[in-house]
Every structure is written in structure tokens, then in C-alpha cells.
Write a protein that binds this ligand. Sequence first.
Ligand code: C2E
Ligand code: MG
Ligand code: MG
Ligand code: MG
Length: 288
Amino acid sequence: RHRAESTLPWIAYTDRLEQQTRARIDLTRELRTALQDNQFELHFQPKLDLASGYLVSAEALLRWNHPERGLISPGVFIPIAEQSQLIGPIGEWAIRRACEHLRAWQDEGLDLVRVAVNVSLVQFRTGHFPDSVRRILEESGTAPEQLSLEITESVFAQESASLLRQMRELRDMNVRLSLDDFGTGYSSLLYLQQYPFDEIKIDQGFVTHLMSDRFSRNIVEAVKMLAHALDAEIMAEGIESDSVRRELLMMGIHFGQGFYYSYPLEAEDFRWLLERGSRLPLTADEID
Ligand code: C2E
Ligand code: MG
Ligand code: MG
Ligand code: MG
């Protein structure tokens, strides 16, 4: 077999493709039952005021607890869910669960004003996405302004009347809209300015290398001006060090999130953080 691989590389290649296809089919099948078997959970990453270190919001990030494969990251299963129609129910589950968590924390008197949930373009395909959001808000007793929806920039590469209509409908309901991963897509500024974004998130690639890379710095500067033109708040993702935090503040960027402050946390741990009400990052003895 080894010899065959070195002399006939395309055989190994076909084998590998076959394996990948099989793995994909397995995952799709398993994803189908994951929801009813309660295998998803949300983790929460704090979004902060960079000057004070106080939490302003939290981003909910989906995790798949696979019974045999362990924790699977959304980077792996979201694309599969998008291709298999499963993103509809899974995406709705994420919004509902995030609202329920928020509600429970607020009922306990904990101080969190808003939760952010990621949304895939595919979820807009039916044309009725705002209706399902409205239903979830009503059923969970969440005020629309307490929910922010993060939508990746790549979506705005093509003009879509249906997407625009639904985004405006959400905005009219007072749901907050956030443009995620900005700088990675190919959006036309002309399309972009029609969309009612409240927030633009600079992609982590630019933020993480802010100190070492001049290009990244210029991009961050440019996104800041664009956000101003679109009358949107600006949020930096991927802050991994105090020097980047300080540099962002000097550039006039006041909100952000990243591993420097906190990894995405299980709901219990995030609740603990809320209860402490301290500034982030925590010091070593605060963590003990
Ligand atoms: P995203 O919305 O851009 O989320 C940010 C990702 O960066 C998260 O990865 C987060 O854990 C990671 N991150 C946060 N801070 C840092 C940092 O300082 N450095 C680095 N290197 N990374 C950081 P995660 O949780 O693996 O999520 C990946 C993507 O999966 C998300 O990107 C989002 O597009 C998608 N996703 C997650 N949950 C959902 C969901 O419920 N629905 C949909 N449709 N997509 C989701
Ligand atoms: Mg996001
Ligand atoms: Mg992002
Ligand atoms: Mg991303």
C-alpha cells in the first residue's frame, strides 16, 4: 500500500477523497439527530469596554458535544449544516437558547444587557427569518434591543433584495445588526451602505497583528472611518494582548473581545463571571 502511494499518487488521492466524503456523510447524518439528542450547547465570550474592562455584552458561540468525537467546532459543522438544510433548526435553537440564558441571568438580577448570536445567510433563504426571530423573542420574553445578530461580511458580495428586506424588517423590530469578520469579504460599499448595521466587527486577522503589521493597522484605521460613515459602532475581535488593547484605545476604538480577556466560556462559568461583576481580565488570584 505504501509503495502504491508513492508510485501512484492519484490512488492515494482518490482514497483520501473517499474518506473525506464518507466522514462528511457521517457527520451530516449525525448532525441530523444532534438537536433532538441535546448535543449542542452555547459558550459565551464577553464583549467589553476596552477602557474600563467592564462587560457590555456577550457573543454566544455554538458547540457540538459529539458523543464519540468530543467537542466539534462550528468551523467544521456549520458549513455542513448550511449545505444540509439543518442550519434552519440549529440556528433557531441557538437564538432561542441564547435568549433563554439571557432571560435567566436577568431574572437573577445579573447585569447583562444584551446577547449576540451568529446567523448564517442560509437562514434568510426562506424569506421568513424575521418572523421566526419575532416568535423566539416573544416566547422567551426578550426585548428585541437585547438581541444582536452577527452576520458575516461575505454575505454582502451579491445584491439581494430579499436579504435587504429582511434585514430592514429586523432593524424595524429594534433587533441589533452586526457586520461580522469585516475585511474578509468582498462587499461593495454601495450595497453595504443600504444595510442598517449598528455595529461593525473588524476581523480578528487584522486585530491580532495590529502591533507587528503596518497593513493591518491601516485596515483597522480604514474600517474605523467606514464605521463612522455608516454610523455604526466598531468592535475589535481577536484581542490577544494588552498592547493591542492599548493600541486600539489610542486609535479611538472602544469595544472589543478576545482571548486576552476571556475565552468563550460555558454558561455556568460565564454566569460566575457576571456574578462577580469584576473588570476583565481577571487577575490570577481572582481566578482562584
Ligand atoms: P465568529 O462569529 O467570527 O466568532 C469568533 C471566533 O473567533 C470564535 O470561534 C471565537 O472563539 C474565536 N475567537 C475569539 N477571540 C479570539 C482571539 O482572541 N483569538 C483568536 N484566534 N480567536 C478568537 P468559534 O467559536 O470556533 O466560531 C467560529 C465561527 O463559527 C464563528 O465566527 C461564526 O461565524 C460561526 N458560528 C459560531 N456559532 C454559530 C451559530 O450559532 N450560528 C452560526 N450560523 N454560526 C456560528
Ligand atoms: Mg460572530
Ligand atoms: Mg467574527
Ligand atoms: Mg469568524
